[in-house]
Write a protein that binds this ligand. Structure first.
Ligand SMILES: O=P(O)(O)OC[C@H]1O[C@H](OP(=O)(O)OP(=O)(O)O)[C@H](O)[C@@H]1O
Ligand SMILES: Nc1ncnc2[nH]cnc12
Length: 178
């Protein structure tokens, strides 16, 4: 399956969750068995040579692809969650989103000092979420080998911001506009 065919499986819903946002909905791709496999295969081909210790995924949509990737590579999966969801002792960071503000948390000690991690999310828009997650991981002493996304919205500049922070990035698909 070509990247164009994969991209065609992503549905665009205008004005969700608020006017002016073109919501790139990956649930249509996830529901397609061949598409899901192809997407995870592409992500695995990028992440495998980096030989990460752990795959870290961001709530909620990031969990789906991060867990699939971790399984494909035979590595562990660690969740970064929105505030108040993790039951154990947490470390956290506040961040700003394209349409709101939030806080990300990680179970203390779950990403060991010196761990080599690949950070995964379904989509990068402004990059606020991924930047915050990468900063949180670095504060734990982890090395963020790459931030890997299924979808990039390049016009919002998120990947560029991450790269300026010294975080390598990759994405499988890209959509122009918001
Ligand atoms: O690059 P940014 O501007 O930070 O936006 C990207 C983030 O926004 C979406 O998550 P959202 O916070 O909507 O949460 P969800 O995955 O729980 O739906 C998406 O899954 C990314 O995590
Ligand atoms: N345009 C968009 N589509 C889907 N998820 C998003 N998260 C932030 N911006 C988004």
């Amino acid at each position: 399956m070509s990247i164009d065919s994969l991209t065609a499986l992503v549905r665009t819903i205008p004005d969700f969750p608020k006017p002016g946002i073109q919501f790139r909905d990956i649930t249509t791709l996830l529901a397609d068995g061949a598409g899901l496999r192809e997407l995870v295969d592409h992500m695995a081909a990028i992440a495998r040579p980096l030989d990460p210790d752990l795959i870290v995924g961001v709530e909620a949509r990031g969990f789906i692809l991060a867990a699939a990737l971790a399984h494909a590579l035979g590595k562990g999966f660690v969740p970064v969650r929105k505030a108040g969801k993790l039951p154990g002792c947490t470390v956290g960071i506040d961040y700003v989103l394209e349409y709101g503000a939030d806080r990300l948390e990680l179970h203390e000690g779950q990403v060991p000092q010196g761990a080599r991690v690949v950070l995964v999310d379904d989509l990068i828009a402004t990059g606020g979420t991924a930047r915050a997650a990468a900063q949180l991981l670095r504060e734990q002493g982890a090395s963020v080998l790459m931030a890997l996304f299924a979808v990039d919205l390049p016009d919002l500049g998120g990947r560029q911001t991450l790269e300026e922070d010294g975080v390598a990035t990759a994405s499988i698909m890209a959509f122009a506009g918001h």
